[in-house]
Design a protein around this ligand. Structure first.
Ligand code: KG4
Ligand code: ZN
Length: 340
């Protein structure tokens, strides 16, 4: 790994990919990172529609980003001219929403004359775990959020090989949908985890998805249908929550463990909103693998994780992007060629 270009670089990270306006500040010193600030404004305007309204999300990012930026700088105890690099999410996500953070970040970088790193949202989720432990490839990375269930092998810096993904719903989406049908509210993940504490995890039998598969994919639609039938048959919300959580955790951990055995990796990063789930963390702790989770507040979408991905790119000596980079709604996390 190359040394950082400066002894201490303050990196601003911005994520406006969906309905959270996130700005964070990370300090990079000789290859080591420290999160100095992580501020997120979660938009509530969408609740009345039962889903994220893209146009409203963009507008609200525009209205909020300056204030969130000010709060992040204040939390970090730094002024804007101390920043040495800017990283902002360029995709994937809602294009109008992405553009707000991307343009704002470019503006800050240009005004300060510092490097700008257009950053992949999933690389941000993965490097959120760098807040807790040094992350040096090779490792496996399981990203489980409301929009993604992706399992990557990371053989070397900047190279991401997709070894498994969901065939239907994302893991977080399944938590959200089952919480909604049980009347537990939104977001469903924390609500299911809470209700599960008083439920019986063996009350509702769930069939393991994709049992016997040779690959490392995931599927949650069968669990969702089984949950609907159990709900109609009178299963209580806590029993349904506990049983579904057990089944979801089982399939995530079992498939990841098999992928670790197949690839020979002994370190696994588990990140994204669902990585906040305590039962999932406990199950991974029992695998014997070295499992690294993001620190508090870094599982769900945020700006600090984008700054951490920027820090990894700087440490690896990757060239910064140009100010011409645009927002991409669909952007696979393929090989990001490392620079010499
Ligand atoms: O990473 P994130 O903020 O958004 C996306 O990029 O999609 O993840 C949000 C998802 C939601 O589906 C939410 O229900 C889930 O993460 N989540 C959880 C927990 N906390 C959040 N799922 C299970 N258990 C939790 N404790
Ligand atoms: Zn996300």
């Amino acid at each position: 790994m190359n040394a950082a270009p400066h002894p201490r670089t303050l990196i601003l990270g911005i994520d406006t990919s969906c309905d959270d306006t996130g700005v964070g500040v990370v300090e990079l010193t000789g290859g080591r990172v420290r999160v100095l600030a992580n501020r997120v404004w979660s938009q509530t305007v969408h609740a009345q529609y039962g889903g994220v309204m893209p146009e409203l999300a963009s507008r609200e990012h525009v209205e909020r980003i300056d204030a969130v930026m000010g709060d992040a700088l204040a939390e970090a105890g730094v002024t804007v001219d101390e920043l040495g690099a800017v990283a902002a999410t360029s995709g994937p996500g809602l294009v109008g929403a992405l553009l707000v953070g991307l343009m704002y970040g470019k503006g800050v970088a240009q005004a300060l004359g510092v490097p700008f790193h257009a950053t992949h949202h999933l690389e941000g989720h993965i490097f959120a775990a760098a807040s807790e432990a040094e992350l040096a490839p090779p490792f496996l990375a399981l990203v489980v959020s409301g929009g993604h269930t992706h399992l990557f092998d990371v053989p070397r810096e900047g190279e991401y090989v997709l070894v498994g993904a969901t065939k239907d719903d994302a893991a977080g989406e399944a938590f959200d949908k089952i919480a909604r049908l049980s009347g537990l509210g939104y977001p469903g993940g924390p609500a299911i985890a809470e209700a599960a504490l008083t439920g019986n995890p063996d009350a509702v039998p769930f069939k393991e998805p994709l049992q016997g598969q040779k690959g490392f994919d995931f599927s949650f639609s069968g669990l969702k249908t089984a949950a609907l039938l159990a709900h109609r048959a009178g299963a209580s919300a806590p029993d349904l929550a506990a049983s579904f959580q057990k089944a979801a955790v089982h399939t995530l951990v079992k498939t990841t463990r098999r992928a670790a055995e197949a690839t020979g990796r002994d370190t696994v990063v588990v990140s994204g909103g669902v990585a906040a789930n305590r039962a999932l963390r406990e199950a991974f702790a029992g695998t014997g693998l070295r499992v690294v989770f993001p620190g508090r507040g870094l599982n769900t979408d945020n700006g600090a994780m984008i700054a951490l991905a920027g820090a990894a790119a700087i440490t690896a000596g990757r060239a910064p992007g140009t100010l011409a980079e645009g927002a991409e709604a669909y952007a696979p996390l393929a090989a990001l060629a490392p620079q010499a």
